[in-house]
Design a protein around this ligand. Sequence first.
Ligand SMILES: C[S@@+](CC[C@H](N)C(=O)[O-])C[C@H]1O[C@@H](n2cnc3c(N)ncnc32)[C@H](O)[C@@H]1O
Length: 183
Amino acid sequence: MKPIQFLGQFLESKQVGAVWPSSKYLIYQMIKPINFSKAKLIVEYGPGTGNITKALLENMLPDAKLIVFEINNSFINGLNKIPDKRLTIFNCPAEKAAQVLAKHHLGLPDYVVSSLPLAIIPNNTVTRILASSFAMLKTGSAMIQFQYSPSSLGRFKRVFDRVEVKFAPINVPPALVYVCWKK
Ligand SMILES: C[S@@+](CC[C@H](N)C(=O)[O-])C[C@H]1O[C@@H](n2cnc3c(N)ncnc32)[C@H](O)[C@@H]1O
């Protein structure tokens, strides 16, 4: 999907929450904390055009799995064209991820990588997403989430054991990356 089509999805759907796809600099900050030599299961929330998805697949082990949760049908159509057997796509909201993993006996994720627009998701849903992500992560693992403002920092700190903040200035708009660890 071209960036201009992404802009079209932003104008059409209130749940996209970004005007432009993530830049390669933001993608780099999102995947940098991941220890790909050990990760066997990665979960992605809100993959959109799939540019973070593709970067994850490029770095993942041949026997690792990537499970993505997306609710926008146009983005799902694009994601379905990624030819990689390690990728499973659920047309389902991120807040149901823990239930879906349990139902399909997929195990516990090593990382949760999220582009969800938390600022426009209802507060109680964000609370559930953060709590269930923390609960399902293996110890020593992280949820990696980007946002455009520092306002979510307190929320992450209340749920996770340690939170690092990185800056990705070359992105539209510039973004903060929260790396939220479970000890
Ligand atoms: C900021 S955009 C993703 C940008 C993506 N990194 C890219 O560059 O294409 C946020 C994505 O989250 C999805 N989304 C919003 N709410 C969601 C939810 N509750 N569960 C899963 N996906 C959701 C939107 O449809 C959109 O694709």
